[in-house]
Design a protein around this ligand. Structure first.
Ligand code: C2O
Ligand code: CU
Length: 485
């Protein structure tokens, strides 16, 4: 049995699972990293159609222990959806869970009725078939439930998967691109287990939510990825409900950060660490020496000027994924030293809005399904000024758009925040100026969401709704009809 008895600072449940933080035995990382299968699809009248069934299951998250879980098309997590820019896609989602859920396409530019937020509930036993056309740069997106008030629970139980977008018209830039070989999805989540191996979902009074003591990568503890090429690209997704990571290689080497939430940076950024808060993604390219080992770890993240730094996982360090290079490695292409440039012109901005985040509220209000908080005119560019007024972590996620960080407290953002973003960590008491364009989809009836992606906060009401309309004016009474329940 894989349980070991407590050696001091273990969990509160009397037993210490092998993952109890911190892990200091990298040699034990010998479970092959599970690679989520690429979702099958069929072409129907030119539309690429995927199927996702949300279902209950049981998975071996820890060696030799069965844990009750939820998953898409399987017991835990979900397949990787993959589609190309310009393609029409549809997803047949069926809810085989005992309760209502939704499926949201995080990072996707799409009509709000297809967004899968709290206004697109799928009752138990029911199906939903959103359809849209992929119209954005290549990127690592993801999908997860978004039922109002229960997102944390649904994601924590295992409902999450990647959605990789390709852009056939864009250059390859020498980036490793063989899925599961040198282009590896890495979904990082922290969990807490009870003595029977069940998932414990209890934030134990921590105001940011649950901090697990066991780190899973693609649903496995202590995973190793065999590397057969000189370079390997890791698509990192922080799929945790509350924990912020600061990813690094244990020997301190630099990696090339090539992409963030919404796609490639303008150029690779050499760095020795990458901080990701819940919902954020980063693509890094790691150089490997033949026959060598490298451990992807998470160092204690700099959470900014938080009160009680230790309370938010800010002192935790642990192993995440071992990379083990073969004695001889296949040559990899040279990664380009510049990618495409992009940028939203701030002279185009016609409106600035301010958002204060405090006490599970945005501008003093909690989420209400029947209240529209902002109305935005289609085709305009806006600057949003977002401030975390609390002394603890939050982040900020906006549906539909990829924004750019213009400044943080008036200073230019660091290179790792220089790309297209849909989620950004909010250090306490700093002002983040974000710029974004609202294009293509006007709809008086269906709102998009903005919210904290610490999912307990989202569930508790740190979320607001915006409409994008042709007029930019408040909808007439009766135009916006929130669904009953
Ligand atoms: Cu990843 Cu509104 O969510
Ligand atoms: Cu928050």
């Amino acid at each position: 049995l894989a349980l070991v008895t407590s050696t001091g600072c273990g969990s509160d449940f009397g037993l210490r699972f092998p993952g109890s933080l911190p892990v200091k035995d990298p040699g034990s990382f010998d479970t092959p990293l599970p690679i989520p299968p690429l979702a099958e699809s069929r072409l129907v009248d030119g539309v690429r159609v995927f199927s996702l069934d949300a279902q209950e299951g049981s998975a071996e998250l820890l060696p030799g222990i069965q844990t009750p879980t939820w998953g898409f098309n399987g017991d835990h997590l979900g397949p990787t959806l993959r589609a190309a820019r310009g393609e029409a896609v549809a997803v047949e989602v069926t809810n085989r869970l005992p309760e209502t859920t939704t499926v949201h396409w995080h990072g996707m530019h799409l009509p709000p009725a297809m967004d899968g937020g709290p206004h697109q509930p799928i009752q138990a036993g029911a199906s939903w078939r959103p359809a849209w056309t992929i119209d954005q740069p290549a990127a690592t997106l993801w999908y997860h439930p978004h039922p109002h008030g229960a997102t944390e629970k649904h994601v924590y139980r295992g409902l999450a998967g990647m959605f990789i977008l390709d852009d056939p018209a864009a250059p390859a830039f020498g980036l490793p691109d063989r899925y599961g070989v040198d282009d590896i999805p890495v979904i990082v989540q922290d969990k807490r287990f009870d003595a029977d191996g069940g998932l414990v979902q209890d934030s134990q009074g921590n105001e940011i939510g649950l901090l697990g003591d066991t780190i899973l990568t693609n649903g496995a503890f202590g995973a190793v990825q065999e590397v057969t090429t000189e370079r390997v690209r890791l698509r990192l997704l922080n799929g945790s409900t509350a924990r912020t990571y600061d990813f690094a290689i244990d020997d301190g080497r630099e990696v090339a950060l090539v992409a963030t939430d919404g796609g490639l940076l303008e150029a690779p950024h050499r760095t020795d660490h990458v901080r990701l808060s819940p919902g954020e993604r980063a693509e890094i390219v790691v150089d490997m020496e033949p026959g060598s080992d490298a451990m992807l770890i998470s160092r204690p993240p700099d959470l900014g000027d938080v009160l009680l730094p230790g309370a938010y996982g800010g002192q935790d360090e642990f192993e995440v994924l071992r990379l083990r290079a073969a004695p001889a490695l296949q040559a990899s292409a040279q990664v380009a030293d510049a990618f495409d440039s992009f940028g939203i012109d701030s002279f185009d901005a016609t409106r600035t809005r301010a958002f204060e985040v405090q006490n599970r509220e945005i501008n003093g209000r909690r989420m209400a399904m029947d209240r529209i908080d902002e109305v935005i005119e289609l085709g305009t560019t806006e600057i949003w000024e977002v401030t975390n007024r609390d002394g603890f972590p939050h982040n900020w996620h906006v549906h539909d758009v990829q924004f750019e960080v213009l400044s943080i407290d008036g200073e230019p953002p660091p290179p790792e925040l220089g790309g297209r973003k849909d989620t950004v960590y909010l250090e306490p008491r700093r002002l983040y100026r974000l710029i974004m364009r609202f294009e293509d989809y006007a709809d008086e009836r269906h709102p998009y969401m903005m919210h904290c992606h610490l999912l307990l906060h989202e569930d508790q009401g740190l979320m607001a709704q915006f409409l994008v309309t042709r007029s930019g004016l408040d909808p007439e009474p009766g135009q916006f009809d929130p669904p009953a329940g």
